[in-house]
Write a protein that binds this ligand. Sequence first.
Ligand SMILES: [Zn+2]
Length: 229
Amino acid sequence: MKIRIFSIAVALISVAAIVVAISRSDIATEPIRSDQRAAQAASTKEPANGAVKTNLVVEPKIDPTIAAGQKTVVGKIPDRLEAVPGDRPESDSNEKFTGERIVRSEAEWRRILTPQQFEILRNKGTEEPFTGEYNDFKKVGTYHCAGCELKLFRSKDKYDSGTGWPSFFRVYAEQNIEKLVDNSLSEVRTEVVCSRCGSHLGHIFDDGPEPTGLRYCINSAALKFRVAN
Ligand SMILES: [Zn+2]
């Protein structure tokens, strides 16, 4: 009888010990599991961050040709950035004057313009009639400011006025030009300047064709033609 009781007691103690052991192992493993989860979370984040960085930096492994040629790297990165889907084409910034003016020193203007362009754009000069590049010019496209690339006129609004200067009956966007009173001659004229860089373009007269009745008389040297897309 004593032996049975002793056996039962031993059995109960053993069960109790096992239960305690199991419960302790649960407690002991919990922090480890937490650590593992944290480690897993960290390990899954790192590659994601790394991937974003490599895209921005444009590592050599993305394009083997960059790794092969040292001097071509500089040229290739802008091409690649321009080609990213969703990027706005550079020409978009030249569509409409946003109010942000371009200011350059005289030295800068002299560096980027030809002497004739400087005389016309910055000193309000006028090219000789029938001498300009765009007087007798009928390609389809757009005309931009030679000083800052802002879009000013379209070929469909150009007409032959017979005056010897490129003539348009409509400006691309009213906000892209400023009209100033010009008293330099005995006849009071309306001067046209680029809204963004302040360059002199030409004059407006009211003897143009319908539908506007206006004649934008513009110096070729103040314009840069761009072929239509
Ligand atoms: Zn301009």
